[in-house]
Each structure stands twice: as structure tokens, then as C-alpha cells.
Design a binder for this molecule. Sequence first.
Ligand code: CIR
Length: 265
Amino acid sequence: MSSRPAVYEFNAAIVRKPARSVVDGLRADDHGNPSYQGVVAEHAAYVAALRAAGIDVTVLPALEDFPDSIFVEDPALVFSEGAILLRPGAESRLKETAEIAPTLRKIFETVLDLPFPGFADGGDVLTTPKSVMIGLSARTDRAGAEGLIASLEKLGRKGEIVQTPKGVLHFKSDCSLLDGETMLSTDRLARSGVFGRYRRVIVPEGEEAAANALRVNDVVMVGADFPRTIELLDGLGYQVVPLKTTEIGKIDAGLSCMSLRWHRG
Ligand code: CIR
């Protein structure tokens, strides 16, 4: 029996304030720039929701040189046992790791570097009770995923390589954990069979981006633009906290991307 807290039990998180340059954030398809004030408002509501869920949130300063640096989930992974510094697969994001490293070294006794070669983004990593799933994607390659498995082993965690659906930014763009046994997923990802061992809740057609929800302690944060998913989860008995993600959605982001979360012992 493991004495670990449930994988959605967190009491600490790191976020980073959006830079004005966030309007230039990376995106696969251009639906117009997000508005800076809009991103600031969405981020502030997100931080407030994390705090209301019982999390001690550390807010790092904005980094103008890195438009996507608000998405702290991608350059590192954190667990109660320690942190792993990753190598994001997008060139413009590579140096975000060095920016967050000093904070992680202050907080965690063990901070590992992803071994060379390869790339891995935190957005491709889903921690489940059974394993740490690593989705291969345009950002995370096999060498990076294999290096990450070696790092995870050093922290006493088992990694497992899976496939992110083609054309989807990150593995977690298409799924999230609702509880220890249940995945929220898009149909396209669930159909790949990757969640065979889990109960699956499929987001309604047209609300694929809602799959990047965030279970934190007693609540599930869900994008407010996805009413059918909210109704579905509400009906299943989850305590849903709707949060606006309209602006960050324009740069392919959702709710997990904006924090690094862990359980401080
Ligand atoms: C990017 O393309 O890297 C950012 N515009 C969005 C990152 C979203 N992060 C995440 O899903 N973990």
C-alpha cells in the first residue's frame, strides 16, 4: 500500500504572471491574438480558485522574453518526492527551464535534469495512480520520453509511453483525471485504447478543449465555455468550478498548463 496522497490532492502550486508578450504566444491555428487584460483576468481567477481549493500558491514574476512562460506546467514536473527539469520541444520555450530552475531548487531537495538527448513538455505528462503517462507528440519525442522514464525511476515513479492524437498539442490537451479511477477524455483519445484500465467520461462533440480540466482536491475546474461538459460532470456528482479560458484558449492552452502542483509533506 502506498502512503502517497491521491494524485489530485495538492497543497502547493507555482504559477507565473502573464507577460504583456503573452499576446504573441504560440498557436497552431490563428484565431486572433488573446487580449493581455483578458489573460490577466483569467489567470487571476485561476489563482483565486486554486487558493479557494486549499492551495498555497507561489506567484512568480512575468517574463517578457518568453510569451508562453505563463504555462509553467511545460518546463518542469513536480512531485512530493522532487522535481524534474524538462526540455520543452518548442524552440522559443527552451530557455523557460532555466528561468524556473532556481525556484524549484529552493523548494525541492531533489531536482533532476532530463537526460540528453530529446525533448519533453510537462503538458504531455499525466500523473495517474498507476503510472506517469508520457504522450509522444510534436513537443515530446521518444528520446525525451525515455529519458524522463529514467528520471521518474529515480523519484520512485513508473513512467509509461503513450501516443498523443495526431494534430493535438499535448497529451493533456485531450484528457485529465477526474478521480483515482476516472478519466475525462476526448473521444479521439479514448478510442486509442490508452485508458483501458479507467472509467472514461467523454467530452461532448464540439467541446474537445474541455478535456483539459483540472481536478484539485474536492473540485474539478472546467472551462466556462463548455456548458455541456459542465452539465455532464455536475450530473455525475463532481463539484465543478467553471473558469474562463477564452483568451488562453486562443494560444492552445487550458487549465492544467498554468500551474505546477504538488503535495508538500
Ligand atoms: C504552447 O504552444 O506552448 C503554448 N501556446 C500553450 C501551452 C499549453 N500548455 C499545456 O498544455 N501544458
